[in-house]
Design a protein around this ligand. Structure first.
Ligand SMILES: Nc1ncnc2c1ncn2[C@@H]1O[C@H](COP(=O)(O)OP(=O)(O)OP(=O)(O)O)[C@@H](O)[C@H]1O
Ligand SMILES: [Mg+2]
Length: 243
């Protein structure tokens, strides 16, 4: 009834290829969902459908009572849902702080001073305020990803979507990004994270969603999913990634 996100019978095709089939998922406010599954199973497409970066073909996606397929609903998700990508997607020509102030000034109508103050608040929160005046290329991958998280938070989102936020990072930088994501989770943010960081999933996720070939195969709390997966596909997947 008061779910934050509701997907009912969602389907999507690229030409003849059905990338999502009959996806059903309800996410409560404050819930943390980890989405995992083999390459090509539709994980990125699923979260891109939630914030309308990719339109679904069939079924319904409701975010905070609004149908994302409607004009009003799509504007709503653009404002209320933050997204962090694998490759950071920072604007290379803008400083860290300007990356963070752009959308709040354009979309939320903040003054430069208000947006600067907000940006510094979130850059402090991801422990990177001392880099505020550098360009993205002067930062490490882990630092750039933390900036990308701060940039999303500056829009004061109700939901954060992460698409493999640590998979492009050198191993020694994965921890600092997961730490920031864990802090965000502890603050009560509603989060959907595509990740294969199973330590993070065990620690932070309320439920793990396992996808294969465009379908949700299994949804379970992390201890159940990792220690006692119910489906042969989940077991095969876990045996591949656990070593
Ligand atoms: N714009 C597109 N046009 C055509 N096919 C696409 C498009 N985007 C994705 N696909 C196909 O849809 C399928 C699912 O892609 P998606 O990126 O959602 O998978 P994924 O689970 O995120 O995979 P990965 O783990 O490699 O990121 C893949 O077979 C992919 O080739
Ligand atoms: Mg993907």
């Amino acid at each position: 009834m008061n779910e934050m996100i509701l997907l009912e019978h969602v389907g999507k095709s690229f030409g003849d290829f059905q990338v999502l089939q009959d996806i059903n998922l309800s996410v409560a406010p404050g819930e943390k969902i980890v989405i995992c599954g083999p390459s090509g199973s539709g994980k990125s497409t699923l979260i891109r459908c939630i914030n309308r970066l990719a339109p679904h073909d069939t079924g319904t996606i409701i975010v905070e009572q609004q149908d994302v397929a409607s004009k009003q609903g799509s504007e709503h998700v653009r404002r209320e849902v933050g997204m962090v990508f694998q490759n950071f997607n920072l604007f290379p020509h803008l400083s860290v702080v300007d990356n963070c102030t752009l959308a709040p000034m354009k979309v939320r109508g903040l003054s430069k001073q208000e947006a600067d103050d907000l940006a510094m608040t979130y850059l402090r929160r991801v422990h990177i305020s001392e880099q505020a005046h550098k360009k993205p290329c002067q930062l490490s991958g882990g630092q750039q990803q933390r900036v990308a998280i701060a940039r999303a938070l500056c829009m004061n989102p109700k939901v954060m979507l992460f698409d493999e936020p640590t998979s492009a990072l050198d191993p020694e930088m994965v921890g600092e990004v997961l730490e920031v994501m864990t802090e965000l989770a502890l603050d009560g943010m509603t989060m959907l994270c595509v990740t294969h960081e199973m330590g993070f999933a065990r620690k932070v996720a309320d439920r793990v969603v396992f996808m294969d070939a465009g379908r949700i195969v299994e949804i379970a709390p992390p201890t159940e999913f990792f220690d006692n997966p119910q489906h042969a596909r989940s077991r095969a997947f876990l045996s591949q990634i656990s070593h």
